[in-house]
Design a protein around this ligand. Structure first.
Ligand code: SAH
Length: 212
């Protein structure tokens, strides 16, 4: 605000509290170390989709995973759960340092895309635990095999929804069976095999197109 934007006293800024509210603030002091302002109005901030989408995202190697974190945030995801599939190539445990880096990517993407809410990024789960948490709500698993299209499976109105997306090596047959047993519906994004980072981005874009 001081060095880059060179704001001055009397300018107004919009502060987001990450929960969906925004505050219009008029600046009344700017110094090298301090900026102070007065809240003039509290408004419901925009930028949020009408549905609550959780992305169960296969842990992918390096920047591929981080690309999906950023794009999913821009596309309105509410929460991201990293999932360890049996064929994930990214074997590394997500330590605190990695989680903090990922959360920074999400926060920066939320700010850049002017979202009122900060999507939350949870600790990684293994596939079965992820299926347990998703059971009971509307849940789809992006399956590169033969399955109804995502479009045909989406309801007229969308409330809470979970989307599972698989790793570079694909989803194992036993994983698909386990998902089906918990009512998680396999859906196709079309006849081509998409990369593990493309599929979740395509699915979120399709859902945003459908309901926003
Ligand atoms: N088994 C493939 C790679 C899987 S692609 C191979 O080795 O070539 C990685 C993930 O992207 C899949 O597990 C699935 O979740 C998703 N995906 C890729 N193409 C898809 C499609 N056409 N429809 C639905 N999901 C797809």
């Amino acid at each position: 605000m001081v060095r880059v934007l060179r704001l001055s006293v009397g300018d107004t800024i919009l502060l987001l509290d990450g929960s969906g509210l925004a505050y219009r603030v008029r600046l009344d002091l700017l110094s090298k170390t301090t900026v102070r302002g007065t809240v003039e109005a509290q408004i419901r901030a925009g930028g949020e989709p009408p549905y609550d989408l959780t992305l169960y995202l296969a842990l992918l190697r390096g920047e591929r995973f981080e690309l999906v974190l950023q794009k999913a945030t821009e596309l309105g995801v509410r929460r991201i759960v990293p999932v360890q599939f049996s064929r994930s190539l990214a074997g590394e445990r997500a330590d605190t340092k990695k989680l903090e880096r990922w959360r920074r990517i999400v926060r920066e993407a939320a700010e850049q895309s002017s979202r009122a809410r900060l999507p939350d990024l949870s600790e990684p789960l293994n596939f079965r635990a992820a299926c347990e948490t998703a059971a009971g709500s509307l849940a789809f698993i992006l399956w590169e095999g033969t399955a109804p299209t995502l479009r045909s499976a989406l309801p007229a109105q969308l409330g809470s929804v979970a989307i599972f997306s698989g790793p570079e090596g694909g989803i194992g047959d036993e994983e698909l069976t386990a998902a089906r047993e918990r009512g998680i519906i396999p859906v196709s994004l079309g006849p081509r095999i998409l990369r593990a980072e493309t599929a979740p981005i395509a699915a979120l874009a399709a859902i945003s197109y459908q309901y926003e």
